[in-house]
Each structure stands twice: as structure tokens, then as C-alpha cells.
Design a protein around this ligand. Structure first.
Ligand code: TYM
Length: 331
């Protein structure tokens, strides 16, 4: 059976981008593959969270993962730092990761621009840590959003390099995966290209957002002055709203607003009202489960311990083999 692995940084609540980019597929995946889903808490240290925030965010994401319906008995749902072998594999992979290729990674360049006073080595070697996450379970498929495509390419490079260097077909080359469809990018509400937790107030709709908050955020979304002529091309902020409509609304609703747009009779206020209600219809059941689960410390603890045990079984085995291949042998 093929292995699937996916991860999420615990840097805040999960948003619609995370859900539609990666998580939505988890329910189907858990029936068909050997699945590892984890919370990337080592990765989140690049932005220096306080210990209380770190712990709170890990707990929140664990509750949110579970609220989407993942079954911790069927999959291995774990916290990255509960598998410290990841850190050893990261160290070993870093020996064959080169400064030039790491500096060229788009997400590194973006982060370096956004946080010029904190361009730490963890940020630079983010792709090797991510490769360690994936390779430690010898994963074949990695469900991610479009923004992670380049990281997957790096993982394949590191896997190939290791196999070549030690003349051993050890690591499979993992591929980004969305059931044969293109990888998704969910846009933000502020006219920007991507929904993200660090993109500023009002850009993202979180799964745990209150309906009132959702209405407010959507009604404030950026639009434009309206189509200048029939069948005019859409501006980026308006196209973004249509893209959001496509993921949460029915095809009839999308067609209705398309028609109005093309006829220049569209009122963006109406579109936003409908979009907000469709988002709420979708998030409300999730929100209820998130609230319930996030206060159930006993259950979350049980899930985390079970996940840690299963993850270590697989991870420790891989690292033991890697050590032998590299030449760390017992006397
Ligand atoms: P992170 O925490 O930023 O996002 C988690 C997942 O959500 C997807 N995503 C999106 N998809 C579509 N549209 C969006 N606007 C959007 N925003 C986020 C991301 O593509 C991702 O799939 N580096 C990873 C975490 C990670 C990981 C891994 C993932 C660490 N190790 C190993 C897979 C395998 C990250 O920062 O994702």
C-alpha cells in the first residue's frame, strides 16, 4: 500500500486555504492509503513563538484536524516533535543540501523579505526539514496546496541525491498530490493572491470563525468599480471572489453571478452575502466540533500519544537504516 503524508504548521487556526488545499482530501485518503498526518511544530519555530503560544497552537490544530473527521485509529496523526528522529534525518540531509539551491527557494526569498531581522538558518533549511518529514516515512504522495510545489521538488532532489551518493535505491521520490487534479491555491479576501494566516487581518476565513465574523470579513472583501462592459475580463480581486464561490457554492449559484457579471448587472454586495452564507453553511458544523474537541484535553492527549507511538515505529526504522547506509555502524 502506498504511503501518504501531509503536514501543517501550527501558527494559528486553520483557514479555508488549508482545508481546500490539503485537508479536504484526507477523509478519502485515509480509506485508501497508509496515511501520516502531522503537526509541523519544529517548522513553526522559525517565527519564534512563545512556549505558551506554541503549545496552544499545537492543541488547536490537533482539535481542528480531528474536527474534519480524520480517524486517529486509521491514520497516524502525530506531532512532529514527538518524532525526534526527524531532527536527526534533517541533520543528515543538510550535509548534502547546498547554500545556492536553498537560497533560490521562493518561500525563503519571500520570508527573508517579510522578516528581514529574522533570517535564521531554520528558514534557509526549511526545505530539508520538510524533506526529512516526508522521507522519514518513505512517503509516495503528499497532498498539499500549490504553494508547496517547489518544496516537493526539493524533496525529490534530496531523495535522488541520497540514493545516488550511497548507491542504494532507498528513498522513493514523492510527488505532490491532489487525486490527479491540479494543486489548488485559495485566494485571500484582501485582493491578494493567497489566503494565509500571516497575510494580515481580514485576508483569511478560519474554520473556527464565528458566523458574524465571517459575514463581516466577506462584506469587507476587496472588489472593484464593476464591469465596464459586457463580458469584460475580471480584475484579480473579483476573480478571487468567484474562485471562493466555486469551492463553497453550488454550480447554479456560480453560473447565476457569472451571468450577472457578464451582463453588467452584478451587485457585488449580493454576491458577498451569498458567499458569506455558503461559507457559514460549510464551516458551522466544523466549528461546533472544533469547540467541543479543543476543550477535551484528555482525548487530545490520548490521540497525541497514540500518534507518537505509531510515528516512531516507522520513523525510527527509517533512521536506523539510513545510519547503516551512511556508515554509522556498531563495533
Ligand atoms: P502550511 O501550514 O502553510 O499549510 C498547510 C497546508 O495548507 C496548504 N495551504 C493552501 N492551499 C491552498 N490555498 C491556500 N491559500 C493555502 N494556504 C495553505 C498548504 O499548501 C499546505 O498543504 N511547509 C508546510 C508544512 C509542512 C509539510 C511538511 C507539508 C512541513 N512539512 C511535509 C507536507 C509535507 C506548510 O508550511 O504548510
Amino acid at each position: 500500500m502506498e504511503t501518504v503524508l501531509s503536514g501543517i504548521r501550527p501558527t494559528g487556526n486553520l483557514h479555508l486555504g488549508n482545508y481546500f488545499g490539503a485537508i479536504r482530501n484526507f477523509l478519502k485518503l485515509q480509506e485508501e492509503y497508509n496515511c501520516y498526518f502531522f503537526i509541523a511544530d519544529y517548522h513553526s519555530l522559525t517565527t519564534h513563538p512563545t512556549p505558551a503560544d506554541l503549545h496552544g497552537n499545537v492543541k488547536q490544530v490537533l482539535a481542528e484536524y480531528l474536527a474534519t473527521g480524520i480517524d486517529p485509529e486509521k491514520v497516524t496523526l502525530y506531532i512532529q516533535s514527538d518524532l525526534p528522529e526527524t531532527a536527526e534525518l534533517y541533520l543528515l540531509l543538510n550535509m548534502n543540501a547546498y547554500l545556492g539551491e536553498l537560497e533560490r527557494v521562493t518561500t525563503f526569498k519571500e520570508k527573508a523579505r517579510k522578516q528581514p531581522n529574522n533570517v535564521n538558518a531554520g528558514l534557509l533549511t526549511y526545505p530539508t526539514l520538510m524533506a526529512a518529514d516526508i522521507l522519514i516515512h518513505k512517503a509516495h504522495k503528499v497532498p498539499v496546496g500549490k504553494d508547496q510545489e517547489q518544496h516537493l521538488e526539493m524533496t525529490r532532489t534530496f531523495a535522488r541525491r541520497f540514493n545516488r551518493m550511497y548507491k542504494h535505491e532507498f528513498f522513493p521520490e514523492p510527488a505532490a498530490f491532489n487525486f490527479g487534479n491540479d494543486l489548488i491555491k485559495i485566494p485571500g479576501l484582501d485582493g491578494s493572491g493567497k489566503m494565509g494566516k500571516s497575510e494580515g487581518e481580514g485576508n483569511a476565513i478560519f474554520l473556527a470563525d464565528d458566523p458574524k465574523v465571517i459575514r463581516k470579513k466577506v462584506m469587507r472583501a476587496v472588489t472593484d468599480a464593476g464591469p465596464a462592459e459586457p463580458n469584460a475580463p475580471k480584475s484579480e480581486p473579483v476573480q478571487n471572489l468567484f474562485n471562493l464561490l466555486e469551492v463553497v457554492s453550488s454550480p447554479d449559484t456560480v453560473a447565476h453571478f457569472e451571468e450577472q457579471y457578464n451582463a453588467c448587472t452584478i451587485r457585488y454586495g449580493d454576491l458577498k452575502k451569498q458567499l458569506a452564507e455558503d461559507i457559514i453553511r460549510f464551516t458551522e458544523p466544523l466549528r461546533d466540533r472544533i469547540l467541543e474537541l479543543s476543550s477535551d484535553d484528555k482525548y487530545l492527549g490520548k490521540v497525541a500519544r497514540m500518534g507518537a507511538e505509531k510515528a516512531r515505529e516507522s520513523g525510527a526504522r527509517t533512521v536506523k537504516e539510513v545510519r547503516e547506509i551512511i556508515g554509522f555502524r556498531k563495533f
